[in-house]
Design a protein around this ligand. Sequence first.
Ligand code: PHE
Length: 339
Amino acid sequence: MIEKLKEIKEKALVEIQNISDKKSLNEIKVKYLGKQGELTAILRGMRDVSPEDRPKVGALVNEVRSEIESRIEEKENRFDEEELANSLASEKIDITEPSKFISKGAVHAVPMITDKLIDICVDMGFTVVDGPEVETDYYNFEAMNIPKNHPSRDMQDSFYITDNILLRTQTSAVQSRELETRKPPFKIISPGKTYRNDSDSTHSPVFHQCEGLVVDENVSMADLKIMLSEMMRRLYGEGTKVRFRPSFFPFTEPSIEVDVSCPNCKGEGCKTCKGTGFLEILGAGVVNPKVLDIAGIDSKKFTGFAFGMGIERTSMVLNAIPDLRTMYKNDVRFLSQLK
Ligand code: PHE
């Protein structure tokens, strides 16, 4: 039996030595160590060994078994290492190779200006609020002190859905809603889509506005002018001149229109500003006490100011874009030049 064991050992070690793949190694494992394996058969034959030889034979069986096991394990580890080395070599990436061209998008003018405005206003303590684009006649006009016969109510200008419901023509509708629900003091801005039945090189039926509203005690035109001047300086850059002109809106009294020095010629006069050196950019004013009263705010105690500006208009002025429609063509070459 001892001879047989030695023979098995020699044979197994040679076979393991010559093996070149994991699959055959597994077969060897089964052949010698498995349930039907040669060593297991020997163990079964132990009962025929004389009691005094049993410990010696038993020890030898174990020795042979562990020798075969450790050789198999060694071989297995070697195969694993080789496999890893092969896959590392074949999956090697040369990070110094030039990359394939990946075309990049550009931020559209509308979110770009909206984000700038939000940054500037949030920095000044404003809260950003939202309002519905499908609005009632009441919030869009009535509560903003726009009487029934006002031209902006004309079917030509507004997209009515029913007699009472329309696509909002101005973000000022958000003013009515906020005045009704908030307790002064508060400072809000509301950027969003607005709709008017108007379409040419400077008007689009869908456009964007940003509304601003401040209500507090002792708020005056002086506060509005200081705030807007600072806002325009941050939006259009250091050295921008700001001009205030009297105007009219039913919801502000007094009302103003605001111009900035033409970014194209810095106020010298050019084609963009039609030689005037200035471009009109927003409407504003002191909140009409009637508007506060309609919303149930004590107009003897509180005053306010409001402003509303076109987002596309702001981008057109800032980038000297002559035709609004180029903004909606979504040509990345155009969009990636905008500031
Ligand atoms: N809602 C006005 C417009 O669309 C702009 C505006 C807003 C004017 C707030 C004054 C105060 O033209």
